[in-house]
Design a protein around this ligand. Structure first.
Ligand code: GAP
Length: 448
């Protein structure tokens, strides 16, 4: 497989196979907005489930939450986003295009060579109005991070969950940023999904927990199948820290354009709770009954992007190889992430094969995402499944009508085994959970 997969190949595969389409395509698309198709929505759901399992389900020190996108405007004043979530921009006096000041190498507009204004701060939050009157008093913002929904519910969650610190609150949801330079497919968009954990700890223990979460989060990507060599950690310099951060590490992935941020892990100190206590007038301190002391907790925040994780997983899984003189494109996604776990493929549309194939499909789709495909040649159908990363194809042929055995073909090795239909679901469950493919020698045959 090429070590540096070109982004065009990923974009083309995503379109061709129903992972990701340009938004509002029949109207010419909308810049930096994308829609997830039938395969993309499954992959995205699997990524979110994997995060939720690791962060919430498998831990008794983290609970989940789902807060609203629109919040009281005071939240964004307190959080510092109204004043500090900005980028310095210059505007062309002739064509009025805006540019990041840091991207301009001379004093001229890169498009029309017009004169530029002095840099001005531009806020990245989307503004809108709540209610029928479009006036300053009814201005609200679409959230640029899900984190603030967690901070303002800290007290609610603490009292209702009856948990003690350290305590994490996790959330997955949409965020919106009026990015100046979106692009690189779904890498940077104006609407995206966050997976955020705010982990509240006793001050003084924050650095230990910070190190812990940096390691945990790096491990998570490796467990999902991303190659270690394509991941690295990078600590932020003092000058690039966000307005709330005391320290921050990025987990970076080797995207086609080079190393770039996949996830940020920040030590937010007591910044957010202190600010919300000040602006709301509520006491957001924590009473530590074991040590009989009261303090504002510090917060460690691993903050990941769903869409960016999907992109890194697609790039890392993309392989091209030569099989029988032709190029095979295959997505080597882990079974837990693959949109379809199995595909039922009758050898042909023959009316004798269809009822048995449909029966097998009806049985399997109760247990996991399965697709049924009987159009075109079996070879083309295999290729289609390889391209969407389906780990197992089940072929029903005329012999199956006689002996009740069907063929399972494994995506990566192309090995095939024949199994009795009554054993099929159990066998697939075992293989999807990681049992080696050739562990059933009774039925094994191998064909490349
Ligand atoms: N609450 C902290 C926070 O939002 P961030 O570094 O701005 O931190 C965290 O964002 C992650 O969210 C990034 O590492 C990236 O994966 C994702 N992300 C941020 N902005 C994005 C955008 N415009 N498009 C897609 N993903 C984005």
């Amino acid at each position: 497989m090429p070590d540096n997969v070109e982004m065009e190949k990923i974009v083309s595969l995503c379109k061709r196979r129903g992972f990701i389409f340009p938004s509002s395509e029949i109207y010419g698309g909308l810049s930096s907005c994308w829609d997830y198709g039938p395969m993309g929505v499954e992959l995205k759901r699997n990524v979110k489930n994997a995060w939720w399992e690791a962060i919430v389900q498998e831990r008794d020190d983290v609970v989940g939450i789902d807060t609203s996108i629109m919040m009281h405007p005071g939240v964004w004043k307190a959080s510092g986003h109204v004043d500090s979530f900005t980028d310095p921009l210059v505007e062309c006096k002739s064509c009025h295009l805006r540019w990041r000041a840091s991207e301009i190498s001379n004093e001229k507009c890169p498009t029309c060579s017009g004169k530029l204004t002095e840099p001005r701060m531009f806020n990245l939050m989307f503004k809108t109005f709540m209610g029928p009157v479009e006036e300053e008093a009814s201005t609200i913002y679409l959230r640029p991070e899900t984190a603030q929904g967690i901070f303002v519910n800290f007290e609610n969650v603490l009292t209702t969950s009856r948990k003690k610190l350290p305590l994490g609150i996790a959330q997955i949801g949409k965020s919106f940023r009026n990015e100046i330079t979106p692009g690189n497919f779904i890498f940077r968009t104006r609407e995206f999904e966050h997976m955020e954990l705010e982990y509240f700890v006793k001050p003084g223990t924050d650095e230990l927990w910070f190190d812990y979460w940096v390691k945990e989060r790096l491990e998570w990507y490796i467990k999902l199948g991303i190659r270690r060599g394509n991941l690295r950690l990078r600590q932020h310099g003092k000058e690039e820290l966000a307005h709330y951060a005391k320290d921050c590490y990025d987990i970076e992935y080797l995207f086609p354009k080079g190393w770039s941020e996949l996830e940020g892990i920040a030590n937010r100190g007591d910044y957010d709770l202190t600010q919300h206590a000040k602006y709301s007038g509520r006491d957001l301190s924590y009473y530590d009954s074991e040590n009989n002391e009261r303090y504002i907790p510090y917060v460690i925040e691993p903050s990941a992007g769903v869409d960016r994780s999907v992109l890194a997983l697609l790039i890392d899984a993309y392989h091209e190889e030569v099989v029988e003189g032709g190029t095979r494109v295959v997505l080597r996604l882990q079974p837990s992430l693959a949109p379809m776990k199995a595909a039922v493929l009758p050898l042909s549309k023959n009316e004798r094969l269809t009822p048995l194939a449909k029966k097998v499909y009806a049985q399997l789709c109760l247990s996991f995402m399965t697709c049924y495909d009987d159009s075109q040649s079996i070879g083309r159908r295999y290729r289609r499944q390889d391209e969407i990363g389906t780990p197992f194809c089940i072929t029903i042929d005329f012999q199956s009508l006689e002996d009740n055995l069907v063929t399972i073909r494994e995506r990566d090795s192309l090995a095939q085994i024949r199994v009795p239909i009554e054993e099929l679901e159990k066998t697939l469950q075992a293989k999807l959970s990681g049992e080696p493919f050739e562990a059933t020698p009774l039925w094994a045959t191998r064909q490349k």
